[in-house]
Design a protein around this ligand. Structure first.
Ligand SMILES: C[S@@+](CC[C@H](N)C(=O)[O-])C[C@H]1O[C@@H](n2cnc3c(N)ncnc32)[C@H](O)[C@@H]1O
Length: 212
């Protein structure tokens, strides 16, 4: 391929990316979220994002002053990302990990914050992702993963990796429609606080697993 053909191709790719971003912005977060659910219902597990009540309750026990690294699994269209970034200290970092390229592209197109690191990948690989971004441990890990519908073995693997990646005193924050996640968490976390949020579609269970 000649240099001018290569240049034309990269121009074409940039134009395509620009068009994709404009379409995503026009669809809005709910449209993008629904599209992700239609394409991958088992992996997404919900048709609309979490409510502001769930977000407030889930994040309430976080000590933002000491939090340098916050990790989120399954950010979707960023429902939690914006509130986390509002509270996160200026030298903190938020790493979000999602298996769906549609959501990761949407987050890259709509959130510009130097503390924000969207990663296309699986939560099961959290340890290598955290290390690749220059950290030994995470202070908090938040999960919106649909544990009850994930492929066999993935839930326990993610719970074990999360326990290892957290610093002592850190916490695994989990919200889910069923209590399945608690079974996986209980193998590693001795101290688990539980809560409930009715003002969410569907009402959901909340868990905070504290690492000793
Ligand atoms: C219920 S949605 C969570 C949406 C969002 N956090 C909210 O509160 O509105 C679940 C998300 O988990 C993602 N997901 C599923 N399996 C995953 C995995 N193994 N690692 C990372 N993300 C995953 C899906 O792509 C989807 O974005």
């Amino acid at each position: 391929m000649t240099t001018s053909e290569l240049a034309q191709r990269s121009l074409g790719q940039r134009a395509l990316l620009g068009a994709k971003r404009r379409i995503m912005r026009a669809m809005g977060p709910w449209g993008v979220f629904l599209q992700g659910f239609i394409e991958h219902p088992v992996m997404v597990g919900s048709i609309i994002p979490s409510s502001r009540f769930t977000i407030r309750k889930m994040l309430a026990p976080v000590n933002w002053e000491t939090c340098k690294l916050f990790v989120e699994y399954g950010p979707g269209v960023g429902t939690f990302c914006r509130p986390v970034l509002e509270k996160l200290r200026r030298d903190g970092q938020l790493i979000v990990i999602d298996t769906n390229p549609l959501y990761i592209d949407y987050l890259k197109a709509t959130i510009s914050d130097s503390r924000f690191v969207p990663v296309l990948g699986s939560a099961a690989d959290v340890e290598s992702i955290v290390r690749a971004n220059g950290h030994d441990h995470a202070d908090y890990v938040l999960s919106g993963l649909p544990f009850s519908t994930l492929p066999d073995g993935i839930g326990p693997e993610i719970a074990a990796a999360t326990y290892r990646v957290l610093r002592p005193g850190g916490a695994f924050l989990v919200y889910q429609f069923s209590a399945k996640a608690r079974d996986f968490m209980a193998k590693h976390f001795k101290h688990i606080d539980a809560g409930f949020e009715a003002l969410n579609v569907l009402p959901c269970k909340l868990f905070w697993g504290w690492k000793d």
